[in-house]
Write a protein that binds this ligand. Structure first.
Ligand code: NAD
Length: 431
């Protein structure tokens, strides 16, 4: 039976597993099991009708041993502190497995942004930054987009921080519009990274991507661009979905046309030439590649027995529960874990920050080439460790690489004592 699905407890379990496998000192788990700083803020917002609504927001900095905290801001009615803590923890290990000089952070505001006007959304975004300004900055903690936040919101946030500091601070936020220091390739970066590792994983499983059938849950930033990039590579996108439901056509869907339908109607549902299905049905479709790209806890012990995909690539953070993970392993369905699969976003956020710091901007080709090199390297490292160690899956392998790096960083900084068995450090060095 399913335990209550608390994403933060899941993140702690994943950490525990890696610490145990690496035989690290208990202090590593003790330091990393809780975030270094969790902040709850109250954000009063003047509404268009003159009333005031008070929102609750969070900013969590999980660990910054390897660099400033880094992570997106989510606007969603179901946001809660444990979810933000989980997402911040996953960011620490995502940045570490990729090898970029960041720690992990995350933010969230409890709000359904669909209920707000554009002006109210701007005031909320600015109010959130006023509340967390003491703990963020280009060398401290760098927010970015996540669910229901986008480049426009990042522009307001960067502007507000710059007003508070009385100077332009482009490097405080990533995922900004190009005109104010955004990076070429950032909008599509997470999806582009998902596609790079999908290419690697299909190759490893002898699946021809050009003929592969693909199912994607979530048609937002990650899901819609992943669908388009894979469609351009001749993969067959057979099902897509959003919060309102899914669509299915075994002959294939054109995601560019689906985007036009979404722009006109607000959802993928009722797309002409496809059958409407539920999100539950979508996850259980027969396909070569399943890409969950919506929210946490979608593949659980309740539906895992019915999953028929040949491989799963986690575009979303935390879409698979630990119980489901075990069963997928038994079924021989490899899962490219979130901290590897969706690391393209934070990687290009890092490029954006580097470009802001240098005041020198790269071509889209340069961004994508660098991203491709990093994603393929991270996939290969994770896959090799997984293949050379009995009894671990790719998630544990990725966590082992990540936790090892964070532990090394904490050790040389003097935060913990002798945590690392020497021979292990050499054997799985991420360098
Ligand atoms: P988004 O807000 O752009 O899109 C989310 C999509 O999921 C929308 O289509 C929405 O309708 C759909 N959705 C929401 N609830 C759903 C539900 N219960 N069932 C089915 N669909 C649902 O968000 P995004 O930026 O694409 O993020 C999606 C996932 O990817 C999240 O887990 C996020 O943390 C992760 N992620 C995003 C980035 C990034 O750069 N944006 C980077 C790494 C990871």
């Amino acid at each position: 039976m399913s335990q209550k699905l608390n994403s933060f407890e899941i993140a702690q379990q994943q950490l525990r597993m890696a610490v145990d496998k690496l035989e690290l000192d208990a202090s590593v788990y003790e330091v990393l099991k809780n975030p270094k700083r969790s902040m709850t803020v109250v954000i009063p917002v003047r509404m268009d009708d003159g009333s005031t609504r008070v929102f609750t927001g969070y900013r969590v900095q999980h660990n910054d041993a390897l660099g400033p905290a880094k992570g997106g801001v989510r606007f969603h009615q179901d946001v809660n502190l444990d979810e933000v803590k989980a997402l911040a923890t996953w960011m620490t290990f995502k940045c570490a497995v990729v090898g970029i000089p960041y720690g992990g952070g995350k933010g969230g505001v409890i709000v359904d942004p669909e209920e707000l006007s554009r002006a109210e959304l701007e005031r909320l975004s600015r109010g959130y930054i006023q509340a967390i300004a003491p703990v963020i900055g280009p060398d401290k903690d760098i927010p970015a987009p996540d669910v229901n936040t986008n480049a426009q919101i990042m522009a307001w946030m960067m502007d507000e921080f710059s007003l508070i500091k009385q100077h332009n601070s482009f490097g405080v936020i990533t995922g900004k519009p190009l005109i104010i220091g955004g990076s070429l390739g950032r909008t599509e970066a997470t999806a582009q990274g998902v596609v790079y590792v999908t290419e690697d994983m299909t190759k490893a499983k002898n699946i021809e991507l050009e003929k592969a059938t693909v199912v994607i849950q979530g048609f937002g930033n990650v899901g819609s661009y992943a669908a388009k990039i894979l469609f351009d590579k001749k993969a067959k996108i057979v099902a897509l979905s959003d919060v309102k439901g899914g669509i299915y056509n075994p002959k294939g869907l054109n995601p560019y046309k689906v985007s036009e339908h979404v722009a006109a109607t607000g959802s993928v549902v009722n797309y002409v030439g496809a059958k409407n299905i539920t999100n539950g049905e979508l996850l259980e479709l027969e396909c070569d590649v399943l890409i969950p790209a919506a929210l946490e806890n979608q593949i659980t012990d309740q539906n895992v027995d019915n999953i028929k995909a040949r491989i799963i690539v986690e575009g979303a953070n935390g879409p698979t529960t630990p119980e489901a993970d075990k069963i997928l392993e038994q079924k021989g369905i490899p899962v490219v874990p979130d901290i590897v699969a969706n690391a393209g976003g934070v990687t290009v956020s890092y490029f954006e920050w580097v470009q802001n710091n240098m005041g020198y901007y790269w071509s889209e080709e340069e961004v994508n080439n660098r991203l491709g090199q990093i994603m393929h390297t991270v996939f290969n490292r994770t896959y090799e460790l997984y293949r050379s160690n009995k009894g671990i899956n790719m998630r544990v392998a990725a966590y082992m690489l990540a936790v090892q790096r964070v532990a090394e960083g904490m050790q040389v900084r003097g935060w913990i004592g002798t945590a690392l068995p020497k021979q292990k450090a050499t054997r799985i060095s991420a360098k």
